[in-house]
Design a protein around this ligand. Structure first.
Ligand code: ATP
Ligand code: MG
Ligand code: FE
Length: 346
């Protein structure tokens, strides 16, 4: 099927077009620069930017794919989770285009789309697979049996998301927003073993209760304390070593727990998605450790890891192929849409 996907859950206005598992267009407009001076995404600013960007981004995607709206079989749109006002712009646009062109519309889960997008790069996902979803607002381990039917949560962060930890640590190092890409770059010149930052929820007593859960707020605090102590002592802060050691602490726990989940559930494929999946250290570490266990790691290219319209189209394409009923024109936006719901019904 030829499916168009619309993404507006946060600060990226994305429109993607796929045919089956083939990516035809992935148009993106970002308001990230408008948020940078606030150190985080400002919901009102994001909504307004989506309103301005949605029609031109839609046109660009159709142009890039060389198709018209009439050619499209179905429209998919992120219905949640995300910023309520931002989601509404995409959902309203999807309904408008669906009504105008008489197309079925699917309101889909943004997080399931972060997992489904990998099929555009690596083809159909072997099922069952373990999914590691690490983004700005979420960090979860999932069992994926059939992405069109839902996923089974195995564990999640009990405090900060992994991306949030990158953003907060970058902020305290004075590096700007968003923090992930700049820490990734800075860490290349640092030693990941320089500073032994804590690994959350890995002590035996924590593992008993939180085997597949994550915690990053203690790590963030430990980095803050370490930097403060340096500054108080009047010593320079070795920024590259701090970035590399912090990044390694995050990636160490993420990969160890994800591979433990694979082993526990007898699963041979690990798929990683979400903005933090763009991290170069995470990709290398996951590959290295998985290879030793005979587990295949799938991570889409960095552009497809952060928010985009192609991921929504990819999930929509799975839903159409599986014969799942569309949502209907009264589909709601759901800012707190749970991971277990793949599509909303109107
Ligand atoms: P969610 O998907 O949970 O709703 P979101 O859509 O805001 O949140 P994404 O766009 O999926 O999140 O991811 C953004 C996050 O990814 C930010 O926290 C950003 O710092 C982080 N990130 C992006 N690139 C990298 C990188 N190379 N290394 C680490 N983190 C990264
Ligand atoms: Mg973003
Ligand atoms: Fe996201």
């Amino acid at each position: 099927p030829l499916v168009l996907g619309i993404e507006t859950s946060c600060d990226e206005t994305g429109v993607g077009i796929v045919r089956g598992h083939t990516l035809l267009a992935d148009a993106l407009a970002s308001s990230v620069d408008e948020h940078a001076r606030f150190g985080g995404v400002v919901p009102e600013v994001a909504s307004r930017a989506h309103l301005e960007a949605i029609v031109p981004t839609m046109r660009r995607a159709l142009d890039d794919a060389g198709v018209t709206l009439a050619d499209i079989d179905a429209i998919a749109v992120t219905a949640g989770p995300g910023l309520a006002g931002a989601l509404l712009v995409g959902v309203a646009a999807a309904k408008g285009y669906a009504l105008a062109a008489d197309k079925p519309v699917y309101g889909v889960n943004h997080l399931a789309a972060h997992v489904a997008v990998d099929t555009l790069e690596h083809g159909p996902l072997p099922e069952p697979a373990v999914g590691l979803l690490v983004s700005g607002g979420h960090s979860s381990l999932l069992l994926v049996d059939d992405i069109t039917a839902g996923v089974t949560p195995l564990g999640a962060t009990i405090d900060d998301a992994a991306g949030e930890a990158f953003d907060k640590v970058a902020r305290l190092l004075g590096m700007g927003f968003p923090g992930g890409p700049v820490i990734d770059r800075t860490a290349r010149d640092g030693d990941p073993a320089a500073i032994p930052f804590p690994r959350g929820l890995t002590a035996p007593k924590d593992l008993a209760e939180h085997r597949f859960d994550f915690s990053f707020s203690g790590l963030k605090t430990a980095v803050a304390r370490w930097v403060e102590a340096r500054e108080r002592a009047g010593e320079p802060v070795p920024v590259a070593d701090v970035a590399a050691s912090f990044q390694h602490a995050v990636c160490d726990v993420l990969t160890a727990k994800a591979l433990d989940a694979c082993r526990t559930h007898g699963v041979r494929t690990l798929v990683i998605g979400g903005g933090v999946a763009a991290n170069s250290r995470l990709r290398v570490l996951a590959e290295e450790r998985a290879a030793k266990l005979g587990i295949e790691v799938r991570v889409p290219r960095p552009q497809l890891c952060t928010d985009n319209g192609a991921m929504v189209a990819a999930l929509g394409s799975h839903l159409v192929a599986a014969g799942v009923a569309p949502s209907g024109l009264d589909l709601p936006a759901d800012s707190a849409m749970p991971l277990t719901t793949v599509t909303v019904s109107g």
